[in-house]
Write a protein that binds this ligand. Structure first.
Ligand SMILES: Cc1cc2nc3c(=O)[nH]c(=O)nc-3n(C[C@H](O)[C@H](O)[C@H](O)COP(=O)(O)O)c2cc1C
Length: 262
């Protein structure tokens, strides 16, 4: 396959973008970024893309770990697309640095605004706002596809001025806070024990114990467990019962439960 796009996605935005871009590029294999023991992740594609959501102004830790294991052919064209609800911080700079540590050049890096899935900051956005964001992202994807097809190298996008050290600081704080936040995740009486939360978790961090989910410590806080629960039984402390759940409407949970190959 001439093109390969690796994607990480909790609630489907990044997967929707990856699928759309793959359709525009043609001949593209989609590979999910999820927990793996593999020491190396090897792509033989001529063009390699990485699509991920911004977490706390930077890359999710699972994406950082993935980049640390990635091996690509010496002359491959590498691009990345981050997506976020409002502020990307210095995510793309982080991506560029992480790739450079493995001697991989980032040829082009883009940022796209997408609907928010971060429930602690509010529930799903209103339909009108959703449509606007998704429509704009789709238009920009057309342009990105053209750049990738042409193999054009360009400066990474930094849509918001944001000092790199601030991104690093916010990330460090976020990583510490995950430990606290994951303890707030629990299932209420509505839980039917269907186990979907265990399957959509990209880090295999949720297990059913006597028919009810329990969370370990290897959490990304992607909130897939909460957002995909079919009966809205997964809660985050006491803030979630009244907040509207979100996942990208064109993506189904089963698309996020396959192993690495997609
Ligand atoms: C833990 C967490 C942290 C987030 N941090 C940011 C952020 O710093 N800036 C931002 O604009 N959006 C942030 N978001 C929103 C997501 O980046 C955005 O909704 C993204 O499109 C979700 O992609 P997905 O559906 O593929 O998981 C955050 C979401 C989560 C779950």
């Amino acid at each position: 396959m001439p093109n390969e796009i690796f994607f990480f996605s909790g609630t489907g935005n990044s997967l929707a973008l990856a699928k759309s871009l793959a359709g525009k590029l043609g001949n593209t294999r989609l590979t999910r970024i999820a927990y793996t023991d593999d020491a190396e992740i090897v792509s033989t594609a001529e063009k390699v893309g990485i699509i991920y959501p911004v977490y706390s102004f930077g890359m999710p830790k699972i994406v950082k770990a993935f980049i640390g294991k990635l091996k690509v052919p010496p002359n491959s064209y590498v691009f990345a697309v981050c997506n976020y609800a409002g502020m990307s911080g210095s995510s793309m700079k982080q991506t560029q640095k992480a790739l450079a540590a493995g001697n991989i050049k980032l040829n082009a890096g883009f940022g796209l605004v997408m609907p928010s899935n971060y429930l602690p900051f509010g529930g799903a956005e209103p339909e009108e706002k959703f449509q606007k964001k998704v429509g704009r992202a789709e238009t920009r994807l057309e342009r990105i596809a053209g750049i990738v097809k042409a193999g054009e190298s360009r400066n990474i996008e930094n849509p918001w001025y944001f000092p790199y050290w601030l991104t690093e600081l916010a990330n460090r704080y976020f990583l510490k806070s995950i430990v606290k936040e994951v303890k707030k995740l629990h299932a209420d009486d509505k839980c039917t024990g269907c186990g979907l939360c265990t399957k959509v978790c990209p880090t295999v961090n949720v297990r059913l114990v006597e028919g009810k989910p329990q969370w370990g410590t290897n959490c990304e806080l992607c909130l897939a467990c909460l957002q995909w629960c079919p009966v809205h039984a997964v809660q985050m402390g006491n803030i979630s019962p009244d907040r509207k759940r979100y996942h990208h409407p064109d993506i189904q949970a089963k698309e996020l439960i396959t192993d690495r190959e997609f």
